[in-house]
Design a protein around this ligand. Structure first.
Ligand code: SAM
Ligand code: SF4
Length: 367
């Protein structure tokens, strides 16, 4: 097996650093994609964090990952270092640490108000379901308390719902729970690398029927939506909610390039299928996209700086006239927009008007 080293703990790109701070974790999620490495790496030393983060231009994004990064013995010192160097911070956490009084406030004070984003995960509707996945009794209650404290302290927050067979029958109620907590964003993430427990993996057909109503509900509750580690044809009405870590993530993806992916408009932007899923279920459930809903596309901005929400690895679809390539002014604008978005690791599609579906938005339809 590949031996994890300290260098495996750092992904550094211009404008983005991902730090695997520690293998420590107080949960034992059965499907955890990093648990194979748990306990094999030593904690990332603060000196190495300073070196890597210090090499970035101010205003970069630093993502603290793990294991459970808040269990690194110098977690707050690392947060302070990131803040002092003028970067923004995101933390992937099970939020247990923030259930302790005062810790969420300390995080926000140390990182700077408006500079910290915490993403955490919900594995079920209640303690029985969530704790069964984490194999940690009381983890649901601590997650709830941690998230409430983070929201109250002013951290921006996201809850990730990993789309297992255990949750797909409860997605609507989970959306309501997330909305009641007051978080900013809900993410629905596909499973990767579950060869050891394939029984928890829903089929794409099952996912599609559960996801559509849940996405509509999330939007009606005012939640911002992200979809990740899923083929875009799993939720074709929500194309502009897709995000991708394909360029920086370590997990492989696969496509059916003969058909249907070969003829699909989304092929260049799409995360495709988990290779294990493709082996177990084939690619017959994929469904190529030939048109893009108007509501998933925004007009090409006249000035690229106007592009909103240039967040982490977002997919952006911009409407252009069919003859855009013959119009030097538009070619120039397109080029600048693409370059601004790609510098921030987003993905861009320029969608000619003839490929845009002008139909009225169905109830609970497009983003
Ligand atoms: C690996 S955890 C590390 C951060 C932190 N300890 C936490 O619990 O959120 C980061 C995210 O990856 C998700 N995750 C773990 N294993 C996965 C898998 N096999 N497929 C998809 N997502 C997975 C988790 O649910 C969590 O949202
Ligand atoms: S058909 Fe293939 S490329 Fe198109 S959305 Fe589905 S998985 Fe992605």
């Amino acid at each position: 097996m590949h031996e994890a080293t300290e260098d495996d703990s750092v992904i550094a790109l211009p404008g983005l650093v991902i730090l695997h701070l520690t293998d420590r974790c107080d949960n034992r999620c059965a499907f955890c994609m990093v648990s194979a490495a748990t306990g094999r790496r030593r904690d990332l030393p603060l000196s190495r964090v300073r070196e890597v983060v210090g090499a970035q231009n101010p205003g970069s994004r630093v993502d603290l990952f793990g294991g459970e990064p808040t269990l690194h013995p110098e977690f707050l010192e690392i947060v302070r270092t990131v803040a002092e160097l003028g970067h923004t911070l995101s933390v992937a956490s099970n939020a247990h640490t923030f259930a302790r009084p005062g810790l969420a406030e300390r995080l926000v004070e140390t990182a700077g108000r408006g500079k910290v984003y915490v993403r955490t995960s919900l594995y079920g509707l209640d303690g029985a379901q969530h704790d069964a996945v984490t194999q940690h009794r009381g983890s649901f209650d601590r997650l709830m308390e941690g998230v409430r404290n983070l929201v109250a302290a002013g951290a921006r927050t996201q809850i990730n719902i990993v789309l297992t067979r255990m949750v797909i029958g409860h997605l609507d109620a989970m959306v309501d729970l997330v909305a009641r907590l007051g978080v900013d964003r809900i993410k629905f993430g596909g499973l990767v690398d579950v060869d050891g427990c394939p029984e928890i993996e829903p089929t794409l057909h099952e996912l599609r029927s559960a996801l559509g109503p849940a996405l509509a509900r999330a939007r009606s509750r005012g939640l911002t939506i992200t979809l990740e580690k899923l083929p875009m044809c799993a939720a074709p009405s929500f194309l502009s909610s897709f995000s991708t870590e394909r360029d920086v993530g370590a997990w492989p993806r696969t496509y059916a390039d003969e058909a249907p992916c070969g003829g699909c408009l989304a092929r260049r932007l799409c995360d495709g299928l988990d290779p294990g899923y493709a082996i177990r279920h084939g690619s017959g459930e994929l469904c190529p996209l030939h048109r893009v809903r108007l509501s998933a596309v925004r007009a090409l901005p006249s000035e690229p700086r106007e592009v909103e929400e240039l967040e982490f690895l977002k997919v952006h679809l911009f409407q252009v006239p069919d003859d855009w390539a013959q119009r030097p002014d538009l070619v120039d604008r397109c080029r600048r927009t693409v370059s601004v978005v790609q510098q921030r690791f987003g993905r861009v599609a320029l969608v000619p008007m003839s490929l845009i579906e002008q139909q009225a938005q169905p109830p609970g339809g497009d983003t």
